[in-house]
Design a protein around this ligand. Structure first.
Ligand code: PBG
Length: 327
C-alpha cells in the first residue's frame, strides 16, 4: 500500500506515545473538595459517595496529611453546620464550622493551600443559595452576606475564596470586602459557569442543602446555553475573578474549551459529586474499571482546556500520575 500518512506510526511504542502526548497533567493542578461538620470524633461515610466522608474538625488531620503525602496541595472546604436559619448566619459566624476548620487545617497542615467555597445553601433553613424575599432569592441583599462570608473565611485562614452561589455581582462585592480589609492578595476563583445540574444530587445529600422548595434555576444556568457561559465568564473576569470555573466537568467539555478561548485567566473544571457517584456505582457493579474511567475523565477535562481540576478522586489521581498511568 502506497500510504504517505500512517498515524499509527506514532502509536507503536509506549515511549513514543508518551513523547508525542498533547496534554500533560500534573498533581499541582489538583484540588480536593472536603466536607467538615460539627461534632467530635466523627468520620462518617456519605452514602451516595462511597469513599467520601464528613469529618469533624478533630478528625481532619489524618486526611489532610494523607492528601499532602500523596502530593495533593490544595483543598476546598465545605462546612455543614449543626443549625441552619433563614439568613444562613452560620456561613459568616466567627465560630462557624468552616471557620473552625480553616483554623485547624492551618495549624495542622500549614503548607496545604486552603480554599473556601463561599455560598449560603449549606447554612440556610430553606436550602437556597441566598436570602429570600418571598419565594425569590434576593440578589443584592445576598451580596452583603457573601462578602461577609468570604471575609470571615479569609480571616480564619483561607488562602483563596470560591463563590459558588451564582448571584450577579458577587465577585465585585467580595473583592471590595477583601480589599477593604487589607486582603488585596487573596485570589477569587469564581464558579462563573455553574449550571443548574442534577449532577449535584449526592453533594446536596452530603451537605443537607437541597432547596426546601423550587429549584436553583433562577440563579444557576440553563444547560441549553453556550453563549451565556461566555458571558458569565467574561463578566466575572471584569469584576476581578482571578480564576474562573466551569461546573460540572464531564458533560461540559465544550464549554471548558470555549471559556478557555475567551478568557485570559486560568480555568478550573469541577468534576462534581454526581460524576463521582456514577463512576463508583458502575465500578461497584462491575460494569467499568474505576481507575481507568477516573483517569479518562480527568484527562478529558484537561484536554478541553482546564488548567485546574477539582475532583473527589484527587488523591487517587495523584497516585495514578505517580504510577505513570496518566501524566
Ligand atoms: C454550593 C455548592 C454546590 C456544589 C458546590 N458548591 C451545590 C449546589 O449548587 O447545589 C456542588 C458540588 C458537587 O456536586 O460536587 N452552592
Amino acid at each position: 500500500m502506497d500510504l504517505i500518512y500512517r498515524p499509527r506510526r506514532l502509536r507503536g511504542n509506549d515511549v513514543l506515545r508518551k513523547m508525542v502526548r498533547e496534554v500533560r497533567v500534573d498533581k499541582s493542578s489538583l484540588i480536593y473538595p472536603m466536607f467538615v461538620r460539627e461534632g467530635d470524633n466523627i468520620k462518617e461515610e456519605i452514602p451516595s459517595m462511597p469513599g467520601q466522608y464528613r469529618y469533624s474538625v478533630d478528625c481532619m488531620e489524618e486526611k489532610l496529611a494523607e492528601l499532602y503525602g500523596a502530593g495533593v496541595r490544595a483543598v476546598m472546604l465545605f462546612g455543614i453546620p449543626e443549625d441552619k436559619d433563614e439568613m444562613g448566619s452560620g456561613a459568616y459566624a466567627e465560630d462557624g464550622i468552616v471557620q473552625k476548620a480553616f483554623e485547624k487545617a492551618r495549624q495542622v497542615c500549614p503548607d496545604l493551600y486552603l480554599i473556601g467555597d463561599v455560598c449560603m445553601c449549606e447554612y440556610t433553613s430553606h436550602g437556597h443559595c441566598g436570602v429570600l424575599c418571598g419565594q425569590e432569592v434576593d440578589n443584592d441583599r445576598t451580596l452583603e452576606l457573601l462578602a461577609k462570608t468570604a471575609l470571615s473565611q479569609v480571616q480564619a485562614g483561607a488562602d483563596m475564596v470560591a463563590p459558588s452561589d451564582m448571584m450577579d455581582g458577587r465577585v465585585a462585592a467580595i473583592r471590595r470586602a477583601l480589599d477593604g480589609n487589607g486582603y488585596v492578595n487573596v485570589p477569587i476563583m469564581s464558579y462563573a459557569v455553574k449550571f443548574a445540574s442534577s449532577f449535584y444530587g449526592p453533594f446536596r445529600e452530603a451537605a443537607g442543602s437541597a432547596p426546601a422548595f423550587g429549584s436553583r434555576k433562577s440563579y444557576q444556568m440553563d444547560y441549553h446555553n453556550r453563549r451565556e457561559a461566555w458571558r458569565e465568564a467574561l463578566l466575572d473576569v471584569e469584576e476581578g475573578a482571578d480564576i474562573v470555573m466551569v461546573k460540572p466537568a464531564m458533560a461540559y467539555g465544550d464549554l471548558i474549551r470555549e471559556v478557555k478561548e475567551r478568557v485570559n485567566v486560568p480555568v478550573a473544571a469541577y468534576s462534581v459529586s454526581g460524576e463521582y457517584a456514577m463512576v463508583k456505582a458502575a465500578a461497584q457493579a462491575g460494569f467499568v474499571n474505576e481507575e481507568q474511567i477516573m483517569c479518562e475523565m480527568a484527562v478529558s477535562a484537561y484536554r478541553a482546556g482546564a488548567d485546574i481540576y477539582i475532583s473527589y478522586f484527587a488523591q487517587e489521581l495523584a497516585k495514578c500520575m505517580d504510577a505513570g498511568l496518566i501524566g
